[in-house]
Design a protein around this ligand. Structure first.
Ligand code: UD1
Ligand code: CA
Length: 446
């Protein structure tokens, strides 16, 4: 069965108290909308339509960056969820198959649940995803008629008896696309909110002799984000699952509760991740690598046997080959640290290649930026960079070359050469003692 995905993302999210459209708030380093699109991606949809409104341009940018085949349609006035879905109809011209409606602010729907909904379509014309809520609050209520769904009643429109129902509407709906749009055409707005409710399609379907059914999932899957508090809760939920999954995969974390994952973190089994490590997006750590405490990694790749930290920062484009070592208070950006190379302390390496087995002394800086352009530093295999060397890029240090401590290197160094770029030392016999005596005398007098 071919499916189309309709993702509703036009709402403002007033309760977020933010200028950022709600669906762009980040969860595990990715906008909520991306989580929803990823969840829907499990159905391998033939078409995806994102309905935008508040902050449309920014939302559309994120949607098309996720997948440039996504069609974005604008809902200029937010007149309700049925009205929002109706906006998608022109974009689905010529499509036949099932349409699945998801919310851009609901990030945790699993592939299994979506597949169960598609499967339930063999018995029902309209399938709604429901859940038993611990606190049903203001959710729409699912009113059952035996095994089938009779109608959905919005909280605002529900009487006391209906409000006692704990089976709630998640908002996810699946139906044949043509049927869905034809039902939506019939939805009116004579209700407590004066909105066109998508939920009304259930009663309308029944009135046409169609059947509606419910697939249920765990409440944690349908968590929708409306406030910062809910976003924090979702983050907590995400982190709990990511830690559990990593542990299952064989990652050793002595204090998993202190490790922060991003939506796309990959860590191989038998890697050691010490306490208080933060993985921002785009990180892959191969098995057998060690990430020591208090390190921050983003957009980087750490190979087998490599050791990072404690207190290291790997920025986008950092590539650590096997057995490379990056120690405390070291920052690496857009740089390859090749096999077995060591950058052990207090160093900045940016826009550079550090050859295999090279050793970078404490306090070394690649001076890569002239205020306008970034320049490259090349350090050959087995080179030895003395402590506190300033490498003024662009500059190349040949294989096996050395630089003296404290050097400012502005010219290339040939393989095997030693470069000394520092003022020659002058020793003045007895001068320190005489100077101290003089200063001491001046202080006693004053
Ligand atoms: C909706 C459901 C309710 C369900 C709840 C689950 C309806 C009428 N009600 O209520 O049964 O229990 O979700 O969270 O569907 N949106 C638009 N355009 C609009 C209106 C909404 O794009 O004109 C988007 C919002 O951005 C949001 C989603 O649709 O992503 C849901 O809208 P929201 O107003 O939050 O619906 P609820 O009142 O929570
Ligand atoms: Ca909502």
């Amino acid at each position: 069965m071919t499916t189309a995905l309709i993702v509703l993302a036009a709402g403002k999210g007033t309760r977020m108290q933010s200028d950022l459209p709600k669906v762009l708030h980040p969860l595990a380093g990715a906008p909520l909308l991306v989580h929803a699109l990823q969840a829907g991606g499990a159905l391998d949809p033939a078409r995806t339509v994102v309905v935008t409104g508040h902050g449309a341009e920014a939302v559309e940018k994120v949607a098309t960056a996720f997948d440039d085949r996504i069609a974005c349609v604008r809902q200029t006035e937010q007149l309700g969820t049925a009205h929002a879905v109706a906006q998608a109809q022109p974009a689905l011209e010529g499509f036949s198959g099932d349409a699945v409606v998801l919310y851009g602010d609901t990030p945790f729907i699993t592939p299994e649940t979506l597949e169960a909904m598609i499967a339930a379509r063999t018995t029902h014309d309209v399938v709604v995803l429901g859940f038993h809520a611990a606190d049903p609050g203001r959710y729409g209520r699912l009113v059952m008629d035996g095994d089938t769904l009779a109608q959905i009643v919005e909280y605002k429109d529900a009487d006391e008896a209906t409000r006692t129902i704990d089976l709630c509407n998640s908002g996810v709906v699946c139906a044949d696309a043509a049927t869905l749009f034809s039902l939506i055409d019939a939805v009116g707005n004579a209700n407590a909110a004066g909105e066109y409710y998508l939920t009304d399609i259930v009663g309308l379907a029944r009135a046409r002799g169609l059947s509606a059914g419910v697939v249920t999932c765990d409440e944690s899957e349908t968590l929708g984000i409306n406030s910062r508090a809910e976003l924090a809760l979702a983050e907590q939920q995400f982190q709990r699952r990511a830690r559990a999954a990593a542990t299952l995969d064989g990652v050793h974390m002595p204090a998993p509760d202190t490790v922060i994952f991003a939506h796309d973190t990959h860590i191989g089994g038998d890697a050691l991740v010490e306490p208080y490590v933060v993985f921002a997006p785009g990180v892959t750590v191969e098995s057998g690598a060690t990430i020591r405490a208090f390190s921050h990694l983003e957009g980087c790749h750490v190979s087998r046997g490599a050791v990072v930290g404690p207190y290291a920062r790997l920025r986008p484009g950092a590539e650590l080959a096997e057995n490379a070592k990056v120690g405390n208070f070291v920052e690496i950006k857009s740089a390859l640290i090749d096999t077995g190379a060591k950058v052990s302390h207090l160093t900045y390496i940016g826009d550079a290649t550090v050859g295999a087995g090279a050793n970078i002394g404490a306090g070394t800086v690649t001076c890569n930026y002239d205020g306008y352009f970034k320049h490259h530093t090349e350090i050959g295999a087995g080179a030895f960079i003395g402590s506190s060397t300033m490498l003024v890029a662009p500059v190349t240090i040949g294989a096996g070359a050395m630089t003296g401590s404290g050097s400012v290197i502005t010219r290339d160094v040939a393989p095997g050469d030693l470069a000394l770029g520092r003022a020659p030392q002058v020793n003045k016999a007895g001068l320190a003692a005489r100077l101290m005596d003089k200063l001491k005398a001046a202080k006693t007098k004053g």
